[in-house]
Design a protein around this ligand. Structure first.
Ligand SMILES: CCCCCCCC/C=C\C/C=C/C(=O)SCCNC(=O)CCNC(=O)[C@H](O)C(C)(C)COP(=O)(O)OP(=O)(O)OC[C@H]1O[C@@H](n2cnc3c(N)ncnc32)[C@H](O)[C@@H]1OP(=O)(O)O
Length: 313
């Protein structure tokens, strides 16, 4: 499924979409439904209205520049932006609100706390929890990813620090990645926790850095320093940590010169097969995650990993 390009029918739909002029975006969204409106109602909203705006829980801070249409989304879940349910729901809600905002053209995803972009999934949420808890947790990961990976917006990750595992998942879901120079690491280190990255995450890694490098990186759970990540194509540009945001804004401004419609349709043409595949296999993916994560041997590995993290101090 993944390797096939968009189908004939979809190509015709897209061509028609382009041809109908004024109604083009309505048709476009019909062809590529990015989100479910009913789902929107269930989550805290975060309106991006030109001033610093925070969600009800303050774990996501959004500032949108009305003139340029660029929104900066800052993860603010100290100490390490671990992705717990609150942060993931707020991120998803934020991505969906920006998606709906017709004046928004781009989003920059970054961390409020320099030196750590995100430490990935909150490991405590995977340890000694009920199968139902783990299943609900994983659905939040999927929904957050679907909203970001399937976004019509220009999405740019301003990776201002460490970016392991699901931090890297967020980065990979964006269109472009700028990372801080220096001793910061990025990668999908799941195997080190005895976890297996799901098919959709593996596929995005393959799409970004190519099959051989992705296969190797995933098997050994590699975390790369930023210069090596640049060399592999895992990130697109490096900048001194204090300049990551500015460089991201400059890069977005270049991208804004491309007409939104053609750029977004092109993006969806390449991403739709994977988005559709996850939507189709969502329940199966949740069950696999639940069953694997709650397995005794995996629980033991997670416990050891947590002990290692604590012992670091
Ligand atoms: C067959 C199919 C099976 C399907 C299974 C699917 C599996 C899922 C696959 C993929 C999805 C992604 C998974 C993940 O994301 S798992 C999380 C992986 N994350 C990591 O390995 C990173 C761990 N953290 C670090 O390495 C460091 O914290 C750091 C480099 C990010 C930052 O270092 P530093 O600034 O020195 O901070 P500390 O290490 O001191 O941490 C501060 C504090 O925070 C706690 N902590 C760190 N990371 C996490 C985390 N991910 N979750 C929860 N808590 C975390 C740390 O323990 C410290 O706590 P304290 O001692 O109480 O202060």
């Amino acid at each position: 499924v993944r390797n096939s390009l968009i189908s004939g029918n979809e190509t015709i739909k897209m061509a028609l979409t382009i041809a109908v002029g004024g109604r083009v975006w309505r048709k476009f969204f019909k062809t590529f439904p990015f989100r479910s409106n009913s789902a929107l109602k269930r989550f805290p909203t975060c309106r991006a209205n030109g001033r610093l705006y925070s969600t009800s829980s303050d774990v996501v801070l959004v500032r949108k520049d009305e003139e340029s249409g660029i929104a900066t989304v800052r993860m603010n879940n100290p100490p390490v932006n671990s992705l717990n349910p609150t942060l993931m729901v707020a991120l998803r809600s934020c991505f969906e609100e920006l998606e709906k905002d017709k004046t928004c053209r781009a989003l920059i995803l970054t961390s409020q706390k320099p030196k750590v972009f995100s430490a990935g999934l909150d490991i405590l949420q995977l340890y000694q929890k009920s199968p139902d808890h783990v299943a609900q947790f994983w659905e939040k990961v999927q929904d957050m990813w679907l909203a970001l990976y399937g976004s019509r917006l220009i999405t740019m990750a301003a990776i201002n620090g460490h970016c392991p595992a699901a931090g890297c998942l967020l980065g990979l879901a964006c269109d472009y990645r700028i990372m801080a120079e220096g001793n910061f690491r990025i990668g999908l280190n799941e195997t080190q926790l005895d976890l297996v990255a799901p098919f959709w995450l593996r596929q995005t890694m393959i799409d970004v850095i190519g099959y051989r490098q992705a296969e190797m990186a995933l098997m050994i759970g590699a975390l790369y320093p930023s210069d090596k990540a640049l060399q592999l194509g895992l990130v697109d540009k490096l900048a001194p940590i204090e300049d990551v945001q500015t460089v991201a804004e400059e890069e977005v401004k270049n991208w804004l010169k491309i007409p939104d419609q053609a750029r977004a349709i092109t993006k969806m043409a390449s991403r739709k097969p994977l988005l559709d595949e996850l939507r189709r296999r969502k329940q199966e993916d949740i069950q696999t995650f639940r069953d694997e994560t709650t397995r005794e041997s995996v629980q033991k590995s997670i416990q050891q990993y947590l002990e290692k993290l604590k012992a670091k101090k």
